[in-house]
Design a protein around this ligand. Sequence first.
Ligand code: BES
Ligand code: MN
Ligand code: ZN
Length: 482
Amino acid sequence: MRLQTKTTPAAVERADAVVFLLHDNHKPASLGPAFRDVLAEEFAGRPGQLCVIHTQGKLDAPRALLVGLGPRRDFTLPKLHRAVSAATRHLRKIGVQRAAFDAGDAKRAGVIAEAVVMAHYDFDEFKPSKAAPKTKLAIATLHVRAAEAKAAADAVARGQVIGETVNWTKSIANLPGNVIYPATLATRAQALARESRGRLRCRVLDKRALERGGFGGILGVGVGRAREPRLMVLEYRGGRAGRKPFALVGKAITFDSGGISIKPSEKMDEMKWDKCGGVAVLGMMRAAALLRLPVNLLGIIAAAENMPSATSYRPGDILTTRSGQTIEVLNTDAEGRVILADALAYACEQKPQAIVDFATLTGACVVALGNEIAGVMGNDAALVKRILRASDATGEPCWELPLRDQFREMVQSDAATVKNSAGRYGGALTGAAFLQAFVDEKVPWAHVDIAGPAWVSDAKPHHEKGATAFGVRLMIELLSRE
Ligand code: BES
Ligand code: MN
Ligand code: ZN
């Protein structure tokens, strides 16, 4: 698909369909009086409303797609993003090849570009090639006001890079556990670095290097499995030399069966998505490098498979982690925090300016916030606020949950520094409190529990089934505000 911007009105573009994004009760002058009836009776501009009209020669394009944005006073760019995603999926469904969007200003054009690109993602790698490929737009033209031409072209270019990186991230996150496991994920990370033409560096610690480095948490979860664990460390230096790096840490459990504390079989297939935090960190590094963001970044991804076997770690085991602190394993299914214990300690050793970790950590977070909102907990109010602001701007929704001393007490162990399970109540909070034990209290740190929004189980108008790459757009927004 090709994206372009023009300053002519969308209504005179020779496209297959022209797309109008409309607030309720709004009648665009460019649509003319001929469509008054449709606008009055069929289309109210409700959020998510889509209405195709055949223009019968009254516009240059044979069809127009009216897209509802809801009330103007409630307008946000994330709402526009969602509406354009649904609209583009609809254009593809009805076989449109050339679409003209009445975009307005540069900001909107950037969001539209990103959403149009994202709406072209399909996970069809394993569909037999004979199956008819889904239609894609050949050209999307974004029509903007003349005064906005230069700013719009920049915004569209940026939106395109971010959209493509989201799709790239999903294309790895959606791969199943027999294809992506720690070693093959590491190969992807190395390929990313190679293709970055020197902008990204990647180091991979294999089982032996992890043993030498004392990464007892990652080894505890991942050793004895047919697929051995890895720690990936990516580096991007776009900022001032000597400026402390911002560390992004990700959980990449390439399949979470629960281990000896095995999960019920219903929906266990979805645990191929337990690597989404780590894969999102890969996506963040990719986008930062492509956009040449003026920041120094570290991407630290802990990867392991959580499987039962004769050599698996077991309930009751005590692991000695990178920091020297010990973990009593009460439940082998609380494995994410065990591998993150090492990854966070390692991140702190690099003396970062801040750490943000992304993890599909707890089912409890999904119970608390549902499957669209991530839970954010941190030791630094300013960092949490930056995440919430970036969340509002991008529409990757986040909500702050409390991090309190009493939760830290709940994860104290009789036999070790901490225990990895503290029961059902407040599960998202005790998960974060566990992680906090491995973070230097002087380093600003936030934990984003993406167990809910990391993937979509049932397709929605604005999102296909599968990984969402949650976190990529959010962090690129945050880092761009540096
Ligand atoms: N990966 C899961 C969390 C999860 C569950 C994410 C459902 C998305 C959907 C995690 O490893 C896990 O199993 N957590 C346990 C922790 C408990 C044993 C303390 C949980 O949430 O039940
Ligand atoms: Mn688990
Ligand atoms: Zn897990």
